[in-house]
Write a protein that binds this ligand. Structure first.
Ligand code: ZN
Length: 106
């Protein structure tokens, strides 16, 4: 297990994870739940992190993330979860927070 990414946004961490998965890299998001109580512990200790399971993919994952960060993320297709109200990126098929699937749009 190796950490490839950390940021101050849980949806962004999940966005990165989804993209890594699309490239066949198995990864997990850590601290995505802790973030909600970040008011009580130093933020730097509970930032969402993305970890790759296999260290062999570390460099590859880093490259992908660099690419993602250099691209401007279009937010016009972002959607709000109808169940919990959290913001989700357009490429999420289900809410990162409560796993409810995206509501069909017209
Ligand atoms: Zn939700």
């Amino acid at each position: 297990m190796r950490r490839v990414y950390s940021c101050d946004s849980v949806p962004m961490a999940w966005h990165i994870r989804n993209i890594l998965e699309e490239h066949g890299i198995y990864s997990i998001v850590k601290n995505d739940k802790l973030y909600s109580i970040s008011g009580e512990i130093p933020v730097s200790e509970c930032l969402p992190e993305v970890w790759v399971r296999n260290s062999l993919y570390f460099e590859y994952a880093k490259k992908i993330i660099e690419q993602v960060e250099s691209e401007n993320i279009e937010d016009e297709d972002d959607w709000c979860c109808h169940n919990c109200g959290e913001q989700n990126y357009a490429n999420f098929g289900a809410c990162w927070n409560c796993s409810v699937a995206i509501q069909a749009r017209e």
